[in-house]
Design a protein around this ligand. Sequence first.
Ligand code: PLP
Length: 427
Amino acid sequence: MTAPPPSHLFYQTRRRRPMLDQARGVYMWDVDGKRYLDGSSGAMVCNIGHSNPRVLEAMRRQMEKSTFGYRLHFETEAAERLAEKTAALSPPGMEKVFFVSGGSEAVESAIKLARQYALATGEAQRWKVISRYPSYHGSTLGALAVTGYTPMTAPFDAMMRPMPKIPAPRAYLDGLDASDPETGRHYADKLEARILEEGPETVLAFIVEPVGGASTGALVPPAGYMARIREICDRYGVLLIHDEVMSGGGRTGRFFAAEHWNVAPDILAVSKGFAAGYAPLGAMVAHDRIVEAVLDDGGFIHGYTYAGNPLACAAGLAVIEEIETQGLMENATRIGALLKARLAGLMNRFPIIGDVRGEGLLLAFELVSDRAAMTPLPREVKAFDRLVEIAYGHGLIIYSRRTRGGHEGDHFLVCPPMIATDEHVDE
Ligand code: PLP
């Protein structure tokens, strides 16, 4: 690998990666011509694969018309059309769409809309947003306050108002049967207990990833969980926010993952697969009654300069059209089942794999030091980092989450683009 030149850029660490040259379909090439299979779609983003010609053409057409129109000065056809399409894909009544540039902004917007709804409806005492541990909802301070992942939140605790957390329903860790509705009830009822403990009149919202992302490694909720969560929120006037930043956009086989359980939230956040890496884009979608109450009360006090950027919206619309015309959600279901079975097969050979889970092409496997007890890997074990490097060396990109002896789990997300074929699974 050609060593990358010294750089002014920095991200989390000093580690440098190869210089990307180009990407097509499920493959990426570095400047040395080495080919990589994009087994995680970047960070579960590039859902329809790289360099799709129809998306590029739609973006080119939009670029020739305009690349920016400030939302306070102009409406754009691209944003209008994508909003209409997004509302049509969302649960009934969720007709209002607010565009942003990424997942953290979408979650931040959802929390702030919920708060303004409480103010608009005379419930100023509601401000607590309950979430789960572990969970990941974004890096901005508002989204971080509801994130349940100590390694990322601890440095900023002093700057955030602590928000209550309940355990995520990790039945595999607790030795419970996820297909038993009693298990779903057991975990969902922790929300009710927490609402009662906090004082129901102070609780604004509950935020949940319908299928978990990097934090839980593709955690699928146990039977009955999602419906019971909905019931509990309704019982106490608590808004339900679905964070579909990673699970939305078709990867689980449905456009929004919560469709698997036929449950609708009050507000949802989507990003990653929404424009599938062709442009920075996300959206908050909210129920009419919430948006109307806030707008009647003087307006939504929130917004971002790049919101509704026409180029990003044109990309988003073209991505959804590709998903629909190519039947990519159906492919995600079929290829996801195949890939999951193949990963599960590896458990026979490798006792270090403790669990394989996920829905559609949002899949993960977890490494443990003892499968029967689901004991986490010891802090200093080198196998995990070594596996990442071995995969990289062989030209396979997978997404890892290492918690170094913590109980958040050590897992890999295996999430190739939804255009993946049987041959890619073999590879
Ligand atoms: N919410 C979930 C469930 C996510 O997986 C992520 C990113 O991984 C975010 C929010 C934050 O999105 P972004 O990194 O685009 O700000």
